[in-house]
Every structure is written in structure tokens, then in C-alpha cells.
Ligand binder design. Sequence first.
Ligand SMILES: Cc1cc2nc3c(=O)[nH]c(=O)nc-3n(C[C@H](O)[C@H](O)[C@H](O)COP(=O)(O)O)c2cc1C
Ligand code: SF4
Ligand code: SF4
Length: 271
Amino acid sequence: MLSIVENVYINTDKYNIGESMSIVEIFFSPSGTSQKVADQIASNFSQEKENCNLLIFKSSKELKSDDVAVVVMPVFAGRIPKTARERLSKIKGKNTPAIAVVNYGNAHVTDSLLELVDLLKENSFNVIAAASTVSHHSIFDGVAVGRPDDSDIAKIDEFSQKCIEKLESCEGLASEIPGNRPYTDYNQLPFVISCDESLCAFCYDCVSICPEKAIPEDDPIETDLDLCSRCTACISICPEDARKFTGDAFEAKKPVFEEANALRKEPEFYL
Ligand SMILES: Cc1cc2nc3c(=O)[nH]c(=O)nc-3n(C[C@H](O)[C@H](O)[C@H](O)COP(=O)(O)O)c2cc1C
Ligand code: SF4
Ligand code: SF4
């Protein structure tokens, strides 16, 4: 594993690449794989790590110029999730170097990576590298099973080491990021999420984690589907497997989607 040269001041008007900096992982990860990718990138750095989990972190924050932000967002219908975008908008840099990653379910990245890079630049981050990584699809669970796998992890490590080299040499982002502006419209999925009352242990973990307040505080069996973004956080956190996607629309779409997206896609890296 490559570690950054300790306490070396590379260039007075750029970053102080040393042990005083922190690696700030910023992620929105309802089913856990985006956090896994962020952790993997961060594990290549020797510096202290700080987590900013946007499922629960709603405050404003400013990073230091010598921190490094590792920002990983899942792709929701070709965009970064609306709520994640709103929460990320409150986190500002100070020409802070950032690594921007969208993590998708082997279907399509569409405009999400461009959107993430644009947003970070608007918030005074200096995006030095970007990537799209592939992970297990959080809705259609027959797609990209087991990913990120060993091959993905090896590529993510190689990318992380190139990021470290770029930080040491103060290089900016040279690659063009795929995607179009204006970004594709937000698109709410029509699927139903329901809770099996006979399995529910009334622990209220789903109520606490829901970023949209779509599960009533006094009734975890209900879900307000007008508020729900179908993010899957409640499904992942439920210790009783009581919550899941149900309904005719979902059952009809699942086999079609899984067949259409069966071919393995690979992570892409932009330096
Ligand atoms: C509401 C929603 C929409 C999604 N849209 C896409 C998409 O457009 N393209 C894609 O490849 N995967 C899509 N996915 C799959 C996720 O991007 C993928 O599973 C990701 O790894 C989830 O990250 P997480 O484990 O951090 O929640 C979607 C998942 C959800 C919940
Ligand atoms: S109810 Fe909807 S928005 Fe809330 S955690 Fe579950 S899937 Fe996400
Ligand atoms: S997390 Fe599961 S078991 Fe706990 S209240 Fe929600 S549905 Fe019930």
C-alpha cells in the first residue's frame, strides 16, 4: 500500500500533503455498498479518517484546504439521489481536493458523475479524480451479485494509489467526465415498499434511518409512498427482513431488468 510522504509541503499555493490532513469520507449509502467503496479508497491513505454519512448528517460543514474528500454517491435513475444532493450542497470545501465517485448497479451511470463533479466544484472543491464503480443492485438483487468483488477492489486500490500520486504532484483532473447538461429529470420509481407486520419486531430502526421521514414514528408498518424515494435504507437496516419491494409492477419488471443488465460492466476511472 502506498502512503503519502509525511509532512512534505509540496507547493505553497496548493495542498499540504502530510499527516495533519484528514481523509473525509462523504457518502450516502442506503444499502451499504457506496460506503464500502469509500472505505476502500480511504484505506489506501495513511492519514486519519473522518466519516460524514449523509443518510444521517444534515448539518453544514466546511472542510480544510489540506483535507481530502472522498465522496461516493449511489446512482438513482441516472442522477445522484435528490436528498443526498441537498445534504452534500451544505458541505463546502476551501479548494479542498476531492475524489468523486458514483456507485451504480450495473445498469447506467447516465448524468450522475457529471452532476456530482459539477456540484463539488460549485462547493469549492478541487476535483482531482473521478470514477464510476459497480455494486450489487439494491433493488433488483439478481444484478451484480457480490460486487464490488476482488477484481473491483484491486482496481479501486490501483485508482486510489494514482490519486495519491496526483495529490503529491498537485495535478488536476485532466479527463472529461461523461454525461449531459441539463441532467436527466428526476424519476420516481413506481414500486411499492411494504412491511410484513407478522415479522416486525417494532424496533423502529427503519423510522430512525429513513431520510425522507416516510415511515410514521408511531407505525413502522406503514410507508408514505409519496415521500419515499425507494432508497432501500429501511430494507437494509431491518433486522427481521420485514420490509421489501412488492407489487405487480415490481414483480413484472424484475426478470426483464435482470436479463437486460446481466452482462458485467467494469468500473471506469477518470484522472
Ligand atoms: C431508487 C434507486 C434507483 C436506482 N437507479 C439506478 C440506475 O439508474 N442505474 C444503476 O445502474 N443502478 C441504479 N440503482 C442501483 C444502485 O445505484 C446501486 O445498487 C448502488 O450500489 C446502491 O448503493 P448503496 O449500496 O450505497 O445504497 C438504483 C437504486 C435505487 C435504490
Ligand atoms: S421508506 Fe422509502 S425513503 Fe424511507 S428508508 Fe425506506 S425506502 Fe428509503
Ligand atoms: S426495522 Fe424492521 S423490525 Fe424494526 S420496526 Fe422497522 S420493519 Fe419493524
